[in-house]
Design a protein around this ligand. Structure first.
Ligand code: SAH
Length: 326
């Protein structure tokens, strides 16, 4: 795919149909079949590092939590991951999970499905495009890291809803140009409703971890090669995300019948799941890697790393006892 191809098509589309809403622009940049970031060249590791890529401890702790939940549910469960990336998180989860479980991966990206198949070779896997395709036939344990931040948002300015337009020099620009006064995501609310409905009906729980919306303002951001860039600069060549409005997500899940637990920081989540003991045990077993493990621990839980900005939200079926970290 030539650089600029998606940009030229977006410009032509805007010239023909008028300015695009931010959600439509995000959707095209991430998922356009011929030029979208995830559809064509997802740069996990090259453009950004996520918690599972930073350390195996992240997935192992979630796997141990899923294992306890599975024992409580008392039946074979379905392990469902939303946006599994290169498959690292699920591979780490499965190492700590007593299994067996049906594994369902919700993934739209062809290149990433191929990487997931490789990382999880030997396991029985099923892929779906949307969580709505997962039936309530077995209890569901749903996981998602840095998935909700990919869902398209809408933005408002004092002069009306923000769109992407083309100026007289042929450059993509925000229109109206003024600052964003409000941001919301019908797609995030729909996802909350779908996840809430699934766990309420099937039994089980979902744990979603992501960048949280600190409140107000404009959180649309593009990242490429570990650097932030202007969200309109390179359509399809950068990861485009928005911070997650967890309150809106949880409200939608509750309306759909699930129970919502208080949002907590990644630091609290991982400490309550026992990351310090896990790091100490790993360092003891691998003394030559002790420094590395200490750095990974710091990255996952420190406020300068991922500990404070990232939050975790859990929803469960109404009858379940509170999760270990609640
Ligand atoms: N969870 C992984 C990857 C995060 S990147 C990790 O933590 O490393 C975001 C992931 O969500 C990718 O796998 C991407 O292809 C997927 N994704 C983005 N939007 C999606 C959508 N609407 N439906 C399904 N998967 C989506």
């Amino acid at each position: 795919m030539r650089k600029g191809n998606l940009r030229s098509r977006l410009i032509a589309r805007i010239r023909g149909e008028g300015p695009m809403r931010i959600d439509a622009f995000m959707d095209a940049c991430l998922h356009d079949p011929a030029g979208g970031y995830y559809a064509v060249r997802p740069g996990l590791g090259e453009d950004f590092i996520t918690a599972p890529l930073a350390s195996q401890m992240f997935g192992e702790l979630l796997g141990a939590w899923a294992g306890e939940l599975c024992a409580q549910l008392g039946k074979p469960v379905r392990l469902i991951e939303l946006g599994p990336g290169d498959g690292t998180l699920m591979a780490d989860v499965l190492r700590a999970f007593p299994g067996p479980a049906d594994i369902v991966l919700v993934e739209t990206s062809g290149p990433l499905r191929a990487r997931q198949a490789q990382a999880l070779a030997g396991h029985t896997l099923a892929w779906v495009e949307r969580i709505e395709e997962v039936t309530a036939a077995a209890p569901a344990i749903v996981l998602g890291n840095e998935f909700l931040d990919c869902l398209p948002i809408r933005q408002e300015t004092a002069d009306g809803e923000r769109h992407v337009a083309v100026d007289r020099f042929g450059t993509l620009v925000f229109d109206p140009p003024g600052p964003v006064t409000r941001e919301w995501s019908p797609a995030l609310a729909a996802m909350g409703a779908a996840i809430g409905a699934l766990v309420a009906k099937a039994g089980g729980a979902a744990l979603m971890i992501d960048y949280a919306l600190p409140g107000g303002g404009d959180s649309l951001q593009a990242v490429r090669g570990h650097q932030k860039e202007h969200p309109l600069a390179n359509p399809g060549l950068a990861d485009l995300t928005a911070h997650v409005d967890f309150a809106a997500f949880l409200a939608a899940a509750e309306t759909a019948g699930a129970r919502a637990w208080p949002v907590l920081s990644q630091n609290r989540l991982l400490r309550r799941l026992g990351i310090e003991a896990r790091a100490a045990a790993l360092a003891k077993a691998n003394p030559d890697r002790a420094d590395l493990i200490a750095r990974q621990l710091d990255r996952l839980i420190s406020a300068e790393g991922m500990g404070a900005l990232f939050k975790a939200a859990c929803v469960s079926s109404p009858g379940l006892t509170p999760p270990a970290f609640a």
